[in-house]
Design a protein around this ligand. Structure first.
Ligand code: ADP
Length: 353
């Protein structure tokens, strides 16, 4: 029983998801060790979650048992190796998974903390409540909040191999298909993603996902305006964007940056409108009162200045924050804040139909 002989036996083990090529040919046999009446084979997997890993381990074991002298002890170990870096920068992902998606809309903000994710999640839920088929891709690689805001943080999307391509299944809850980098990395890990790595991660969150048929795919974009946005807009067929802002002056100055980014020649995408978040404060115990704590009408002034529509105004209320923290978005409720999101969804849905 020598190594070459064992290697020949291992050629009987074919990978069903890779055109029935065998594990030797695919370079998956990392090492073969022989001892006194024993064989240890180590198989290399390039991904943590190869759905066929267990199948291949079992087949490897039986291929050796079939061929080796009776009584040979067989052990199959696994090792995870990093994939060889691709020659081209970026992943070579096609647009097949977006074939049946009608409208792809980026939700952007000039800076963080204006409630972009809160608005994205609630808008998705509100659109679903109106009967639209909706998906949301959380591309906010630096602070993915969709898992927490939808109460799906303990879940892990399924993955499968189709030919050479890995497909990720979105999670479904509240009638919306959700995908987030947060399902694959702990928040503190996400923070260290930079540049091309972050770009690739978020492209995967959109292009490798089996979205199926959708009326709307919302993309919760990273805050700010930078290379990552430009790259995203180039690789994903965004139809246009909506911009989220608060009425504060500083936030308004940031809106300007967001608007300019989409209007920049190299991006050149329509802006469907502005959403003014935290437009006024309404105390839970006085639902009819409005306090304009961040200033009044900033959103409509800005919308006018840039010739874009003010799509909606969302109040700052405790229920929206609590909804985000508890994983039950406010848009599920029929309280005034829930209805504000429904009104917003009606407006956007009507505009793009
Ligand atoms: P961003 O995605 O822009 O960084 P988030 O959506 O994460 O912002 O919101 C930041 C914080 O503000 C969260 O704690 C969220 O619950 C809260 N928040 C956002 N919008 C509202 C609102 N309209 N009313 C109350 N709290 C809000």
């Amino acid at each position: 029983m020598n190594i070459n002989e064992i290697k020949e036996w291992l050629r009987e083990v074919e990978h069903p998801a890779k055109g029935d090529r065998n594990i030797v040919e695919l370079g998956m046999v990392e090492s073969i060790e022989t001892g006194e009446g024993s064989v240890t084979v180590t198989l290399a997997f390039s991904k943590h979650r190869d759905p066929l890993a267990e199948y291949l381990i079992g087949s490897t074991k039986s291929a050796i048992i079939r061929n080796a002298p009776a009584g040979t002890q067989v052990e199959v170990k696994t090792v995870i190796i990093n994939e060889a870096p691709k020659k081209k920068p970026g992943l070579d992902l096609g647009l097949e998974e977006l074939t049946n998606v009608k409208h792809i809309i980026g939700i952007a903000s000039g800076k963080g903390g204006v409630g972009k994710s809160t608005v994205s999640v609630n808008l998705a839920v509100a659109l679903a409540r109106l009967g639209y088929k909706v998906g949301l891709a959380d591309a906010d690689v630096y602070g993915p909040s969709v898992p927490k805001m939808t109460g799906t943080e303990s879940e892990m999307p399924d993955a499968m191999l189709e030919g050479e391509k890995e497909i990720i299944m979105p999670l479904e809850k509240y009638g919306v298909k959700w995908m987030s980098v947060g399902y694959f990395a702990k928040p503190e890990q996400a923070l260290i993603w930079r540049g091309p790595m972050a770009c690739n991660a978020l492209k995967q969150m959109i292009l490798q996902v089996r979205w199926g048929e959708l009326d709307f795919l919302l993309i919760d974009m990273p805050p700010g305006t930078g290379d990552i946005h430009i790259s995203l807009v180039h690789d994903i067929p965004l139809e246009g964007a909506v911009i989220v802002s608060t009425p504060q002056d500083v936030a308004l100055a940031d809106v300007e940056k967001g608007v300019n980014m989409f209007r920049n020649e190299s991006v050149n995408k329509p802006i469907f409108g502005l959403i003014e978040n935290m437009a006024w404060f309404t105390p839970a115990e006085h639902p009819d009162e409005k306090y304009y704590i961040f200033g009044r009408d900033g959103g409509s002034r800005m919308a006018e200045k840039y010739g874009i529509e003010l799509l909606g105004q969302i109040p700052i209320v405790q229920g929206i924050r609590e909804g985000g923290d508890s994983g039950e978005p406010a848009a599920l409720s029929s309280r005034p804040d829930g209805l504000a999101f429904i009104a917003l969804a009606e407006k956007l849905g009507g505009k793009l139909k």
